[in-house]
Design a binder for this molecule. Structure first.
Ligand SMILES: *Cc1c(COP(=O)(O)O)cnc(C)c1O
Length: 357
């Protein structure tokens, strides 16, 4: 690894008690360039802008994918990543689907560890606080022919975050727009998937809904995801979540929730969720909870589901009654080293890694 540390740290201007989401970037970043059929050296360097041209293929044709993950600090100042090998596997799955070169485990894991270690002073400690890490790969070749790019950049940037408790939100069950299509790129973390979701989400916002529950593109009769999160539905004491597919992203938080629920002996079924079944359960008073899960906020609980002209209002459960809240606590306790780690999910970031990479 090529190491070029900043002589001009901005940490003095950073207030860990006043953090937004994604506003301040840590002192360093990782970059690595691909050309002539191979990846070059990984470089740790001061964070900042890079020179690019509008003729860069990534911005013209959307050959770009990313990951979202976090580093957590415990009360003793030790720092942990959470299941980083899952994100490594997924960024390569995304890269492959977008005809981009895969990266090595060393580039990804050592890059993350080096960056997190060198800027560990930027990682805030406390409830809801963490360092959000954004690895990404994008096409950098200067060319306008619509074809596979010959040049790419792999980069990792990071920003301290605070996820506040958010009130339950209202979501709209989509009966027209789709996030993903059969045979498409829905299970890749493709940058363009987000761009395509912004407009329908804006329309839902105008109708008073914070998010959309995406349904299948063919019939709009089955739940797929909620916003940029995986979705869980609780009917009586059984939790349902749809199986992953080429339209449903294989979320790390989703998989962790499933394993935690099983370990607690909660009845959890990974099977398609029919909108009609949810509407029927609501009518019978059996629909207890619906929530989304993802790395950024772990859980977003829903208070109402809009469906066609109806609004299905969900019951208000106490923290003790809610599976969403107790599973979130189980997960966060593992992530932040406040509980045992029975699954071996935490990966400690050792100090002074730069001396060894
Ligand atoms: C990133 C993402 C998720 C959540 O994945 P996590 O690994 O849990 O953060 C869910 N759905 C979509 C569409 C996503 O892009």
């Amino acid at each position: 690894m090529i190491i070029q540390k900043t002589s001009n740290s901005r940490i003095g201007d950073f207030d860990p008690n006043n953090i937004g989401f994604g506003a301040a970037f840590i002192d360093h970043m990782i970059i690595c360039e691909y050309e002539n059929g191979k990846w070059g050296d990984v470089k740790l360097m001061p964070y900042g802008p890079l020179p690019f041209t509008p003729a860069m293929m990534g911005v013209n044709y959307g050959q770009a994918c990313f990951e979202g993950m976090k580093a957590y600090k415990d009360k003793d100042g030790e720092v942990y990543l959470f299941r980083p090998e899952k994100n490594f596997e997924r960024i390569n799955k995304s890269a492959k689907r977008l005809a981009m070169p895969e990266i090595t485990e060393e580039m990804f894991i050592d890059g993350l560890k080096a960056l997190v270690d060198v800027d560990r002073a930027w990682i805030p400690y406390g409830e809801g606080k963490s360092l959000y890490l954004r690895p990404l790969i994008f096409a950098t070749e200067e060319a306008l022919k619509a074809r596979i790019s010959n040049k790419y950049m792999f980069a990792i940037v990071a920003t301290p975050v605070q996820s506040y408790y958010t009130e339950p939100v209202s979501v709209k069950i989509s009966d027209y727009y789709s996030r993903a299509a059969s045979g498409g790129v829905g299970n890749a973390k493709a940058a363009g998937n987000y761009a395509a979701a912004f407009y329908p989400t804006k329309l839902a916002n105008e109708e008073g809904y914070e998010q959309i529950i995406w349904t299948d593109d063919a019939t709009h009769e089955y739940f797929e995801e909620s916003g940029t999160m995986n979705v869980f539905v609780r009917i009586n004491d059984t939790i349902y979540t749809p199986p992953t597919s080429d339209k449903i992203l294989d979320g790390v938080t989703r998989d962790s929730f499933i394993q935690l629920a099983k370990k607690r002996g909660i009845d959890i079924k990974v099977e398609p969720i029919e909108v009609a079944k949810v509407v029927e359960a609501h009518k019978n008073g059996e629909l207890k909870e619906v929530w989304g899960v993802g790395t950024a906020v772990v859980t977003t609980a829903f208070k109402a589901l809009g469906y066609k002209d109806e609004k299905l209002v969900l019951p208000i459960l106490s923290d003790e009654e809610s599976f969403a809240i107790s599973l979130k606590k189980n997960l966060v306790d593992i992530q932040t080293n406040q509980s045992e780690d029975p699954f071996g999910w935490r990966v400690k970031v050792e100090k002074h890694i730069l001396e060894t990479v």
